[in-house]
Write a protein that binds this ligand. Sequence first.
Ligand code: 57M
Length: 358
Amino acid sequence: MLYHILYPLSQSFSAFNLFRYITFRSVIAFLLAAFVSIVWGKYFIGFMRKKQFGQVVRDDGPQSHLKKAGTPTMGGVVIIGSILAAILVSGNFFSAPILITLAVLLSYFLLGFLDDYLKVLKKNSDGVSAKGKLLWQFGTAVLATYAMLYFDVIDTKIYLPFFKDAVLDIGWGYLVFGPFVIVGSSNAVNLTDGLDGLAIGPIMTSAASLGILTYVSGHVEMANYLFIPYVEGSGELTVLALSVIGAGVGFLWYNSYPAQIFMGDVGSLSLGGLLGTIAVISKNEFLFVLIGGIFVIEALSVILQVGSFKLRGKRVFKMAPIHHHFELKGWKEPKVIVRFWIISIFLALLSVATLKMR
Ligand code: 57M
């Protein structure tokens, strides 16, 4: 908003010319989101404790989790609220990439809020049915992908990382592929959110990596120099990515071990959907497998575990997702979390390094 109000005034106040720069607005978005989430988080935790809106912990999980029962959840309300506050100030609302990504964020926010509301506030442990969730997620993702194609935000080509000439145009098949990336990301982040800070860490490293990738793909000279697709307007997503990091830093202030709050489905589903949408718009669908490698590993561990159990009647891991496997192997929770963070930092750095490997 500020961008639309102050930048035009730069004729008379040259300082406002700064609002033209994505880098400047990204820094503002980061700082604002961090400030809002740290300040608001304190009061939100107090409110949730007073209302006794706490996490119900299943008893079939690691015994160490039972003491977490009652921890306030739905911290995703603060994360997404902080992102929206920052984008309201620094965002460009005439940008189709921004509007489409925010639409997915808000739709998945509503889905997660409803799920958490039913589970936490109504004490109905099932929440929204798995089928209902998938229908809502795919419906949103297909509409968003259609909008990207209709408004010429992206094309239906798929670009493979590492190879500058490996391009495959899948035509309307993209209406299946794109939504698969978005829904897969949302559910993978949701599965990962099972230890204090375990999800928000890789969410921030993924946002940092995507922030760099959207910045360069939104600059025609840089995109051509790096042999990556030029996506007009994707640079605006850099501002959104930095607001995610800022809101994540503020949330981690309280979600770090021992957590005073969990993000809830309202946070994991929406932030996963946001990351997947940014990956699609910036044409980094395959590179996103590397960027969000922790989320991929967590989701694959569940697929392997359930598949093996159904086919062979035997488990592959002591418990899935894989973070529980390490807990049951005797790793203390903070050790699992920080080691997963270290891996996600390496993956983010490697994904950016692939820009030069074409
Ligand atoms: C999302 N939710 C956490 C919290 C968070 C198919 C199967 C793999 C599904 C999976 C599942 O239920 N996933 C749901 C994971 C839950 O966290 C809440 O959910 C929100 C995220 N969606 O924000 O509100 C618990 O995670 C812990 N937690 C923390 N710190 C945090 O910052 O400690 C979360 C955030 C919280 C808290 O204890 O209660 C979760 O784990 O449910 N199921 C599982 O993940 C279960 N695995 C399992 O059943 N494995 C089976 C088969 C099905 C693969 C097997 O291995 O044989 C595990 N989770 C639970 N119990 N709760 C293990 C059993």
